[in-house]
Design a protein around this ligand. Structure first.
Ligand SMILES: *[C@@H]1O[C@H](CO)[C@@H](O)[C@H](O)[C@H]1NC(C)=O
Ligand SMILES: *[C@@H]1O[C@H](CO)[C@@H](O)[C@H](O)[C@H]1NC(C)=O
Ligand SMILES: *[C@@H]1O[C@H](CO)[C@@H](O)[C@H](O)[C@H]1NC(C)=O
Ligand SMILES: *[C@@H]1O[C@H](CO)[C@@H](O)[C@H](O)[C@H]1NC(C)=O
Ligand SMILES: *[C@@H]1O[C@H](CO)[C@@H](O)[C@H](O)[C@H]1NC(C)=O
Length: 285
């Protein structure tokens, strides 16, 4: 218990600012099957049945900063279903940061898959189990993103860091503003136990609820992308660009190690049967 409390203490950097959560309709709009989306103030429920899933997207795009949502996953039998909370730019050379929640049969654990696309290429999956039951209560899932690194956070505990290693020839997303998206869909060809367990439609509708969105990021529209890094980071005028205090950096490392040791289930960088040549970023550290 005390160990967990210490870990909770460690995310101070990311909490240095006031939290202001937003009215869903001011920031987002449904973009897939609006009739399966129920909006109630700042709470939004997505529903999946045998006719369709559904989804929403932000009206604006962002470069750098932090984007969070609270999310309660599908209760009971969620096998075959996937809930996504992700950021993505447009076009075939797009950048993307993903949280994907892979459902399971009743009583078996959800997995959280994260992925990163840079300039149109992904294949950077990691999978984690969680230290709580994500279907019982709301928990906070966030992206933190600046020129130097990307953090995926669960209740403000980093579960994954992707650092900028452009100096070693590894691509890093830092030019394309991304929209913020949420969706729920059927993925029973791969999501649960490798695709062996299919969606049981007699348990539909499957419902996931988002709330308390918090976006503190640099808004950037497509016609402003001449020098996005200047507007959204280079001058160090934003909180997300302040140098990390050494102590916090060490704390973050400790947290990441804790998560890696206890909850990491799959790491593409360890999957030597999948890649004939390991991705470059897996070879440097
Ligand atoms: C949320 O924003 C929408 C659009 O601006 C507005 O119509 C609605 O009344 C707001 N709802 C709440 C609960 O503030
Ligand atoms: C979808 O589910 C509804 C309600 O359970 C059912 O009546 C219908 O036959 C199903 N449709 C298909 C294509 O399975
Ligand atoms: C992005 O990918 C395209 C090919 O799809 C390539 O031509 C371009 O050089 C790449 N850009 C960067 C910054 O790597
Ligand atoms: C579902 O439960 C099984 C059995 O506990 C587990 O092996 C698997 O990793 C869980 N998650 C998914 C998404 O399959
Ligand atoms: C599907 O769900 C129904 C209702 O919960 C249950 O009776 C049935 O056994 C389930 N089917 C499978 C294949 O698990």
């Amino acid at each position: 218990m005390s160990k967990i409390l210490v870990l909770f203490d460690l995310a101070i950097l990311l909490l240095l600012r006031a939290v202001n959560s937003a009215n869903f309709s001011e920031i987002f709009q449904p973009n897939w099957a609006p009739d399966h989306i129920l909006i109630q103030g700042e709470q939004i429920s997505l529903s999946l049945d045998n006719t369709t899933g559904c989804g929403f997207e932000s009206k604006k795009n962002y470069l750098f900063g932090k984007a969070s949502t609270e999310l309660k996953l599908v209760q009971g039998d969620s096998a075959g279903t996937v809930i996504a909370f992700y950021m993505a730019s447009e076009g075939s050379n797009h950048d993307e940061l993903d949280f994907e929640f892979l459902g399971n049969v009743s009583g078996e654990p959800y997995l959280v898959q994260t992925n990163i696309y840079v300039n149109g290429s992904g294949n950077r999956e990691q999978r984690h189990s969680l230290w709580f039951d994500p279907t019982m209560d709301f928990h906070t899932y966030s992206f933190f993103w600046n020129r130097h690194s990307i953090l995926f956070l669960v209740d403000d505990i980093p579960i994954r860091e992707f650092s900028n290693k452009e100096k070693k020839g590894i691509p890093y997303p830092k030019k394309q503003p991304m929209g913020i998206h949420g969706s729920l869909w059927n993925a029973d060809d791969w999501a649960t136990q490798g695709g062996r367990v299919k969606t049981n439609w007699s348990d539909a509708p499957f419902v996931a609820t988002f709330q308390s969105f918090d976006i503190d990021a640099c808004e950037l529209s497509a016609d402003e992308v001449d020098d996005p890094v200047v507007k959204c980071g280079k001058l160090g005028k934003f909180w997300w660009d302040k140098p990390v205090i050494k102590e916090l950096k060490q704390q973050r490392k400790r947290q990441l190690n804790w998560v890696r040791n206890k909850f990491l289930v799959y790491d593409y960088c360890k999957d030597t049967t999948r890649f004939s040549e390991m991705p470059k970023e897996c070879l440097v550290d």
